[in-house]
Design a protein around this ligand. Structure first.
Ligand SMILES: [Zn+2]
Length: 253
């Protein structure tokens, strides 16, 4: 089976550095990384998108696909998770199946099923395009995708499991972001450590809100940072809040 190729159609970013992210004076949102996987199915070139990002990215996404083929040949949208900044152009790709930890569905249909039931072998259409469903981590429905590609080697689309490398957002800023946006920071630590250990051949990690991909070495630096202050204090605080909540819940149920 031929190996797929991977491309980045939109580079993610945060805040003032990105013109698309401006909401108003002093208020900024973000732009989200959008990936494209080109793969072969029955002798024809087909595509999968990884997230569709924010609505303002649609023109760049269309342009990127049209350089390689046709919009109708986008067969799948692989969602890293369903936070509002990741699926905004999904409905534009009418023929595609949306793969998501929250539930996989054909666009425009009301019912959905699990990705594991549809793809019990752990890969989607091509054995070089694998999914890892990690559940509640940064969001309630985290998935990451491992692609053994012809042009970039082994790569991972990690969504917001990491927002950006430490060279762009330092550890205190990442902690602030995790406090605001990550459901389970300890699980995130566990998942990233597993990712590092499981893929020694990993060449690039594309994350949700960085213009540059991370290397496996950057991932190691990130994990090491999570094992030190200020992350350790935050993880301890998170665990103690969790314990308090369990105590409260046990009084009710
Ligand atoms: Zn995001």
């Amino acid at each position: 089976m031929a190996k797929p190729k991977v491309y980045i159609l939109e580079k993610g970013g945060f805040g003032e550095s990105d013109h698309q992210a401006k909401l108003g004076d002093g208020a900024y949102s973000c732009v989200t990384t959008v990936g494209l996987i080109e793969y072969e199915k029955e002798g024809e070139n087909k595509f999968m998108l990884v997230d569709t990002g924010v609505a303002s990215s649609l023109e760049n996404i269309k342009k990127g696909i049209l350089e390689l083929g046709k919009i109708e040949d986008v067969t799948h949208i692989l969602m890293t998770h369903y936070d509002q900044d990741h699926p905004q152009s999904n409905s534009f790709f009418k023929n595609s199946l949306v793969i998501s930890g929250a539930g996989t569905a054909r666009q425009g249909t009301p019912s959905f099923g699990s990705v594991e039931a549809l793809y019990p072998n752990g890969f989607i259409e091509n054995e070089n395009i694998k999914f890892v469903n990690v559940g509640r981590t940064h969001s309630r429905d985290e998935m990451y995708y491992v692609v053994d590609s012809e042009n970039e080697g082994l790569v991972i689309f990690a969504g917001d499991l990491m927002f950006a490398p430490l060279t762009e957002l330092d550890a205190p800023t990442q902690v602030t972001f995790d406090k605001g946006f990550t459901i389970d920071v300890v699980k995130k630590y566990i998942v990233l450590k597993e990712m590092y250990e499981k893929y020694p051949e990993l060449k690039k990690i594309f994350v949700g809100h960085s213009r540059t991909p991370l290397t496996r070495e950057n991932l190691k630096e990130y994990i090491d940072a999570m094992g030190k202050e200020p992350y350790t204090s935050y993880m301890k605080e998170f665990i103690s809040e969790l314990r308090k909540r369990v105590d409260e819940y046990e009084k009710i149920v």
